[in-house]
Design a protein around this ligand. Structure first.
Ligand code: ATP
Ligand code: MG
Length: 223
């Protein structure tokens, strides 16, 4: 589908809420560029860049990377994309980051995946990731075609270093304390759309219908 204008979206939700999976479907269906802060950081860690080496312990412990570092990194990448429609995943995660983003861009819509914490704890420990692409699988409900390998490249899947039970709890706390206020920030701006559920496959059709309406509504109809 070809978009008529530049569209800027953010996807939010606690760790393991399905942001990665839903982002993949959104970017494929609506041709938005996926910009995932976690994938960008992990690529830096893997490539052992100066930034990656500095941030690895932060990430492995489930703590947030400092706002200044994160905002510079993501805003730099967005600038490099130029006039492209994008979907931001994992950024902004604090009100300071949201303000840094709003200084430069106005966001059209924020998709909020509201998944209960109990569901999330179970999920994260059965998650397998293809690090180079960020594709995620779940041994319970979204398994790869061949155990332990990526469907597209056939390369090995790994469990993320920060998907251990203790770190998962810390990430959920960081979400509650630092990221939930960002939802309020966007709610006040009138751009927040919340989707509640425990299964990605059930949430997805609602997200798809919402974005379809949002993106293809005639000019007078845009809500
Ligand atoms: P999931 O991938 O399941 O959505 P998540 O949201 O915790 O889980 P990522 O978005 O991949 O995971 O982020 C992994 C880690 O990278 C975070 O725990 C944090 O340390 C760091 N990080 C990612 N984005 C940001 C950000 N915007 N600000 C600060 N730290 C970040
Ligand atoms: Mg993610």
């Amino acid at each position: 589908m070809v978009l008529q204008r530049i569209f800027r979206a953010v996807i939010m939700g606690p760790p393991g809420s399905g942001k990665g999976t839903v982002s993949g479907r959104i970017t494929k269906t609506f041709q938005l560029k996926h910009v995932s802060s976690g994938d960008i950081l992990r690529a830096n860690v893997n490539a052992k860049t100066e930034l990656g080496l500095l941030m690895k312990s932060c990430i492995d412990q489930g703590q947030l990377v400092p706002d200044g570092v994160m905002s510079r990194l993501i805003l730099g990448d967005l600038r490099a994309l130029g006039n492209t429609s994008w979907l931001l995943d994992g950024f902004p995660r604090t009100v300071a980051q949201a303000e840094a983003l709003e200084d430069v861009y106005s966001v059209d819509t924020v998709i909020n995946l509201n998944v209960p914490f109990q569901t999330i704890k179970q999920r994260l420990t059965s998650r397998w990731t293809h690090l180079p692409s960020g594709r995620v699988y779940n041994t319970d409900f979204n398994p790869p075609k061949v155990v332990g390998t990526d469907d597209v490249t056939g390369e090995a899947l790994v469990q993320r270093d920060d998907d251990t039970p203790v770190t998962v709890m810390r990430r959920l706390k960081a979400y509650e304390n630092q990221t939930e206020p960002v939802l309020e920030y966007f709610r006040c701006k009138g751009v927040l759309a919340t989707f509640t559920g425990t299964e990605t496959n059930k949430i997805w059709p609602h997200v798809e219908a919402f974005l379809h309406k949002k993106l293809f509504a005639s000019a007078g109809n845009i809500s």
